[in-house]
Ligand binder design. Sequence first.
Ligand SMILES: Cc1cc2nc3c(=O)[nH]c(=O)nc-3n(C[C@H](O)[C@H](O)[C@H](O)COP(=O)(O)OP(=O)(O)OC[C@H]3O[C@@H](n4cnc5c(N)ncnc54)[C@H](O)[C@@H]3O)c2cc1C
Length: 379
Amino acid sequence: MFTLLKNNVIIIGGGLTGLVSALHLSKKGISVVVIEKNSYPKHKVCGEYISNEVLPYLHSLDFDPIALQAKEITKFALTTPKNKPIETKLPLGGFGISRYTLDFELAKKAIANGVTIIEDTVVNIHFKEDIFTVTTKKNQNYTAAMVMGAYGKRSNIDIKLNREFTKKTAPFLAVKAHYKGSFSEDLVSLHNFKGGYCGVSKVENDHLNICYISSFSAFKKFKNIEDFQEKVLYKNNHLKKILENAQLVFDKPLSISQISFSPKKPVEEHIIMCGDTAGMIHPLCGNGMAMGIRSAQIASNLLVQYFNTKITSRAILEKQYTKEWNSEFKNRLKFGRRLAALFRMNYFSEIMMFGLKLFPWILPLIIKKTHGKPMKPMK
Ligand SMILES: Cc1cc2nc3c(=O)[nH]c(=O)nc-3n(C[C@H](O)[C@H](O)[C@H](O)COP(=O)(O)OP(=O)(O)OC[C@H]3O[C@@H](n4cnc5c(N)ncnc54)[C@H](O)[C@@H]3O)c2cc1C
């Protein structure tokens, strides 16, 4: 048995949400262990466009993604198979950086702050007499006063915890790769196709991120990714042109399946859930990473108050986290789910495009609805 200090936190999952929490808590003198099943650096299926709303907070953690050569993105374009593209200025703007670089640099920073990162897979979490025991695949037990779940959209732990969403269908899959190709550095574009949409933007090393999500039912009729792209994505001429002129940098595209947007609970079995583990917004909204970072801030602020006894009990902490999480994200998630459902109906996406052309001021309003306000720096 590996026993840690009394005011310690174990964070399960060292993606951006877990690592940002680790940075915040370690800066406040709290002992943090992150358990991450993969080694760094690693590519992830993600559109890699992040809203600028996170910058004031990241800067207060001494982390500056722009210094890592992230591409500054100011414009947004939307296309459908039958309509001309619409372009608008992004209300807050954002930046493009690969998860390969972002997660790796956050991990390096966390280690420099004194965080311990253990490469192992968590297989069980047990809570008894106010103490958590976390068991890993390598058969190690770690104890902690607090456990944060930041293990992404779907994991073995969700099944172990018998979480409601694991009993429902998860009918989406996603594909991502980096390419060489010409594309405006300051643009993120979304291209609608039957059953899904594809995002395109540049990242730090001038590579082009092309990442799409599709319903599994639309995909399963085709032999493989290439066949699907040619027969379905290419129906959108704008996307066809981008894909045909881009050279794949990866050996092959990465893919993930079983993606679900079903509601989840922000606290389960006393574990404080953050990022995609607490709820996943449809990638169409391009705000999942910002939401992960924001939930990391909410949870970390409350954990600091719990450890310095301003919050006097675990029950109050859990209630407060649930309240703040719901007030920040519940409506945004609902709006994202509805928007994505509309976009999946081909005829409706064309009608929407027509409407957006007539009333172009609606598009920035939709973007604002799916994004947050600039975050506050760490207190
Ligand atoms: C197709 C697609 C496109 C997207 N595009 C964008 C976009 O352009 N902009 C945006 O803001 N968001 C986007 N998102 C959403 C974004 O990727 C997520 O919101 C974000 O990755 C959430 O970060 P996280 O740290 O919560 O989870 P993750 O990044 O998934 O990190 C979870 C970590 O936990 C680890 N882990 C899992 N299980 C265990 C275990 N049992 N033990 C130990 N470790 C474990 C994993 O290895 C992983 O490193 C997109 C998502 C998809 C699917």
